[in-house]
Design a protein around this ligand. Structure first.
Ligand code: SAM
Length: 281
């Protein structure tokens, strides 16, 4: 008998998964972590009742949050990931041969359980000598580090629980100060069809710290509600709008294959549907 496990994200609408086997269900030091098996999606992870990742569709989000800023930058050598405990972003970042990566995740249990139950997410990336894993709060890390990064990727939970501090003006300002000249900050920013306020609030808090701030979109099947937005911020106003040919040249040079990301998708993702554009000031 399978058990139905539902998200508790919205009071008016719910996504439910049939769990054929619950593999892990525990309150970690920071949040409720549930990992289970589903016949279609493979393994699924929920944190505090919200879908984080599934075997079946993880490539969509992880490719778009990693490759868009790195290919747009063009010469990224040092990347910082905040959150991302399942290892999927790390795997995609380290596909770029010249990159080394610091990953700051608050919850060691998410990393440990992901290594055990989602080995294909990290695909060995945690053991790559170019990975420096730090178990710490991302806000504290960016405030205290003396390191500087070409790209910062914030793969956080939603702005509730431990992830809340990663949506503050203080955090965005500290990220700005951790970036090298022309560096790029990208953050997961919710599904605007349901979470309009995440777009408006993030714009209000992030834009004052950067010369250029906007969003790009990606459609992740299990982040229900259509497109999700990824926030984009940099002082280099030329990095957001580049030609497909320029991005294609870098993609060809990198020499790896993708399942969602293409240079055309990269450039097109910055063209926002009108209902999202209307949320922007
Ligand atoms: N892709 C997912 C999404 O868009 O909802 C996020 C997946 S990833 C598992 C989110 C990670 O952010 C979690 O492992 C969580 O522990 C981590 N996290 C939350 N707050 C954090 C903080 N303040 N500092 C560092 N990591 C944090």
């Amino acid at each position: 008998m399978s058990r139905w496990i539902g998200e508790t994200l919205y009071p008016f609408y719910q996504q439910r998964f049939s769990a054929t086997e619950v593999l892990f269900e525990e309150k970690t030091e920071h949040q409720d972590l549930v990992i289970f098996e589903n016949d279609f999606f493979g393994r699924v992870m929920l944190l505090d009742g919200v879908t984080q990742t599934t075997d079946r569709d993880e490539f969509v989000y992880h490719e778009m949050i990693a490759h868009v800023p790195i290919f747009a930058h063009g010469n990224a050598k040092k990347v910082l990931i905040i959150g991302g405990g399942d290892g999927g972003v790390l795997r995609e970042v380290l596909r770029h041969k010249n990159v080394e990566c610091t990953m700051v995740e608050i919850d060691a249990s998410v990393v440990e359980m992901s290594k055990k139950y989602f080995p294909e997410h990290s695909d060995g990336a945690f053991d790559d000598p170019r990975c420096n894993l730090v178990i710490a709060d991302g806000l504290k890390f960016v405030k205290e580090t003396q390191d500087r990064f070409d790209v910062i990727i914030v793969d956080s939970t939603d702005p509730i629980g431990p992830g809340e501090v990663l949506f503050t003006s203080e955090f965005y300002s500290d990220c700005h100060d951790c970036l090298t000249q022309g560096g790029i900050l990208v953050t997961q920013n919710g599904v605007p069809f349901f979470q309009e306020d995440e777009v408006t609030t993030t714009q209000g808090r992030m834009a004052p710290h950067f010369k250029d701030m906007s969003f790009y979109v990606v459609a992740v099947p299990t982040y229900i509600g259509g497109f999700m937005t990824l926030a984009w911020a940099t002082d280099d106003v030329n990095k957001r709008q580049q030609s497909i040919a320029d991005i294609q040249a870098r993609f060809d040079q990198a020499g790896f294959e993708t399942n969602y990301y293409t240079p055309g998708v990269h450039v097109g993702a910055f063209s926002l549907p009108r209902y999202i554009e209307k949320l922007l000031k």
